[in-house]
Design a binder for this molecule. Structure first.
Ligand code: BDR
Ligand code: CA
Length: 312
């Protein structure tokens, strides 16, 4: 397994929480840069702080941009709860976020660790776009970028049918990143649908873990019910799948590299990820699109992150 240092840009969020738990169980996490997205920034920052308290670490948390770069966007409170963590009424963490903007922290941490960081993008790309504008050389300082986002054949999860949430929330930020970052791994929503965790297996893992699992069981209850009500065949944990790919690229079974661009206009298609599947256009491939991963190894990583012996 690859054991690079991770910097996670995230908008916790139930599936972000699982991804952050996985990261701390399997690698060194140098920081959490926080975006608005699933819910507003005050909640996503508070959720990140609470989660590191539950894990028992002092990973720094950096608050980022409270709004998308250009146009306002709706949140995903319907899935994640109005507070982003299932409205459990948890006792807030007393620790505060660091006194540095998330975009500045991304630039600084990459400078301090040249060629060592894996940057994992689990949120709208607002902070990373700002970091790129602050430091256009950022991609050369980062070992690897893994993005959870997009819907590569147009099966999105927002009211704009082809748009996936992270891209659809801030398409301009996604455009900045996709048009300037030369090579990244893309874990899209459709891959996440294919790699849902069967409900019975998910329940056994969550029900047999330690304090991390107890906390995660509480915050994920609403999201699990939402998944079931949608008729999905299991729990979709999009950010956890992206984190598994970030932690261990060896779990990738099938991937294709192509150019992916972001639709910024379009009455029906704003926020779509447009893939040049046949490499007919000029821009070279920027994205390695993950199409299939080893489900068993993914679920083992999830189980370990929750302290569960199931599958581990
Ligand atoms: C993505 O959007 C958010 O709701 C999730 O946390 C994930 O990052 C899935 O489309
Ligand atoms: Ca997220």
């Amino acid at each position: 397994m690859q054991t690079r240092e991770l910097l996670i840009d995230t908008d916790p969020g139930v599936d972000d929480a699982l991804a952050i738990l996985m990261a701390h169980a399997h690698a060194d996490v140098v920081g959490l840069s926080i975006a608005a997205g699933n819910v507003g920034l005050a909640h996503t920052v508070g959720n990140a702080l609470k989660l590191v308290e539950v894990i028992g670490v002092d990973t720094p948390v950096f608050a980022g941009c409270p709004v998308p770069l250009i146009l306002p966007a709706g949140d995903a409170g319907l899935v994640h709860g109005a507070d982003g963590f299932g409205d459990t009424g948890y006792l807030p963490c007393t620790r505060r976020a660091a006194d540095e903007h998330a975009a500045a922290a991304i630039v600084r941490l990459a400078h301090e660790r040249p060629g060592r960081l894996t940057l994992v993008a689990l949120a709208p790309l607002t902070n990373i776009a700002l970091a790129l504008r602050l430091d256009p050389q950022l991609p050369s300082r980062v070992a690897r970028l893994v993005i959870m986002g997009g819907a590569v054949t147009g099966r999105g999860n927002t009211h704009r049918v082809p748009a996936e949430f992270n891209i659809g929330f801030d398409p301009e930020a996604a455009h900045v990143v996709f048009s300037t970052w030369p090579a990244f791994d893309l874990v899209d929503w459709e891959a996440c649908l294919r790699h849902a965790m069967a409900f019975d297996r998910f329940d056994r893992i969550v029900g047999s873990g330690d304090a991390r699992a107890t906390f995660y069981a509480a915050i994920s209850r609403n999201a699990r019910a939402f998944n079931q009500a949608q008729g999905r065949h299991g729990m979709i944990a999009a950010d956890a799948l992206a984190m598994a790919v970030a932690l261990d690229p060896g779990i990738i079974r099938r991937a294709e590299s192509h150019h992916v661009g972001i639709e910024l206009g379009g009455t029906l298609t704003r926020g779509a990820t447009v893939v040049d599947w046949e490499d007919r256009m000029d821009p070279p491939a920027n994205a390695r699109i993950v199409l299939d991963v080893d489900q068993g190894r993914f679920e083992v990583m999830v189980a370990r992150a929750l302290g569960s012996p199931v599958l581990a």
